[in-house]
Design a protein around this ligand. Sequence first.
Ligand SMILES: [Zn+2]
Length: 116
Amino acid sequence: MESTICDLCKNPFYADANQRICLNCEELRFDAVKEYIDSHEDVSFIELIEETGVSKKSIDKWLMEGRLTAKGNELKTYINERREAIKKLAQGYQNSTEITNVDSENANRISFHTKK
Ligand SMILES: [Zn+2]
């Protein structure tokens, strides 16, 4: 943890590694994502990123935390693969290209909706 300046609101906050925006701004982004999903049908991962400007990393985090959810079994598959990828990375697995490919292929099949 180190003190840094939020990219969006320019307020100082304590950040984890690679964290660019403060929790407050992240929550505002979550609200924007939720609102987009609520007002559109069958939202894809790519569409969500392009339309809301929220990073894949943030969406990923919310998926893993169960704050965002999706139709069908695609999400379960995706989360399992993400967990495997994270495990591999933790074990010092070097072939990150493989991990990224697995990751994006399944991400494209996800169709979002929010937990009510
Ligand atoms: Zn902020």
